[in-house]
Structure formats: structure tokens, C-alpha cells
Design a protein around this ligand. Sequence first.
Ligand SMILES: C[S@@+](CC[C@H](N)C(=O)[O-])C[C@H]1O[C@@H](n2cnc3c(N)ncnc32)[C@H](O)[C@@H]1O
Length: 231
Amino acid sequence: MQTSHAQWDDAADWYDQNMGETGDRLNSGIIRPLILDMLGDLHGKKVLDAGCGSGYVTAELAINAEKVTGTDFSANFIALCKKKYADRVNLDFTEHDITSPFPFDDTSFDAIICKMVLQYVPNIHTFVTETVRLLKDRGELVVVVDHPFRAAYFNAQSEDGPEDSLSSNRPRTKIGLWGETELTWYARTTSSYIQPFIDAGLQLTELCEPLEQTDSNNPIPFSVLALKFTK
Ligand SMILES: C[S@@+](CC[C@H](N)C(=O)[O-])C[C@H]1O[C@@H](n2cnc3c(N)ncnc32)[C@H](O)[C@@H]1O
């Protein structure tokens, strides 16, 4: 089986084509307005977008922010972002795996966003401690993940077989990205996305769970768990 790194590297061009500059239906309709609202006014702020993918969110944040840095462990995503946004002076991109310390100084950022990444990461501990190190005082972190109730549903249906515990950190496989790509992911509970950040010293200041409209063709609504923490 491919590594998670290879899965994302291979998906980079396809992901970029499908997301474009505004995101697909769910991203543009549900996640984008939510995170822009949670981040608030970014004028004069330095922002880190951890796991930036094709960079369309990173680029949008840079319209108002003073400077935005996008990081991703996929060299293909980073190369694509550098090429697409070569003329944007307050945007830069760096290859980095979120399970290791970031190559940035302490208190470098006013805001950090990590959107739809942590469900694909085997261990979030380093990211948790790094966010505390990298944020300025009163800086804000916005984390968005696939909603854990969907993880529970997919866990129950999984070809790998359901598990007793959703927080075992066992890698699981799903067909993602518009049904085209095999992706390694981790089924976690809501508290396992919240408590580590609180234990590390951040305060949970907002929690949102937007729900897509359901119908008989779409009985399990798309939803995300969106969390805002303040240092
Ligand atoms: C669903 S995409 C989200 C991309 C972007 N945040 C967005 O919302 O469009 C997941 C991203 O996480 C990145 N990723 C997965 N595991 C990672 C890791 N360990 N370190 C850094 N990036 C990772 C992938 O390369 C991919 O770009």
C-alpha cells in the first residue's frame, strides 16, 4: 500500500483541479465561510496555514493578512503552490511534515489554521505543542476536521472491520477525494481533538458543527468539527 505521503503527492494536481480557487461545493459552501468567520479580521496579522494543500485558502487569507505561510509535507503540493502564487509577495510555502517541529521561531504567528488535515495524521501531539510555541499571546488557532460522528459511521462500515475504540490511532483506509483516491486516515473522538490542546495550555473559545442538508440520497450529512483555541 502507498504511504500517506505518496497518496497526497499523487493527488496534488487532481486536488488542485477540483478545488480551483474557491473550493468544491462543500468547501466553498460550508467550510470556507465558517473559517473566515472564525478567523475574523486578519489585517496586520501573520498567519500559518498548516497542511495547505493546493493553497487556495492560503491565498485567500493573504488578501487581508500581512503575511501567510503555507506548509505541507507533499513536495508536489508545495511546488504547485509556489508556481501558482509566484507573484504574491506576502505568501510563501515550505515543505514540512506536521508530525515534526516547524522550522519557525517561537511566537512567529498571530493565527494558525489547520483545515482538514489532522484526520490524516497518525499523531497530533507534536502539532499541539508546536501551536503553543508558535502562537503569540492571545494568538488564535482554528482546527477543522471531518466530523467524528462521520468517523464513527465510516468505522462501522469499514472494510478493515470496525474497531472497539475510535481513538486507537490505527491507520484506516477510505476512498476519498471525490471517490478517486485511497487515503489513509485515523478515526478519532471529539475529545481527542480538543483535550490535548487544552492540556497544552490553549483555551477552547469556539466550537462549530455545520450540517449539510440531508435527503434520501444523502442520509449521512457532511459535517466538520471546527474548533477555535486562543493562547
Ligand atoms: C484534505 S487536504 C486539505 C488541504 C487544505 N488544507 C485545504 O483545505 O484545501 C489534506 C492535506 O494535508 C496534507 N497532509 C497530510 N498529512 C500531512 C502531514 N503529516 N504533514 C503535513 N501535511 C500533511 C496533505 O498533503 C494535504 O495537502
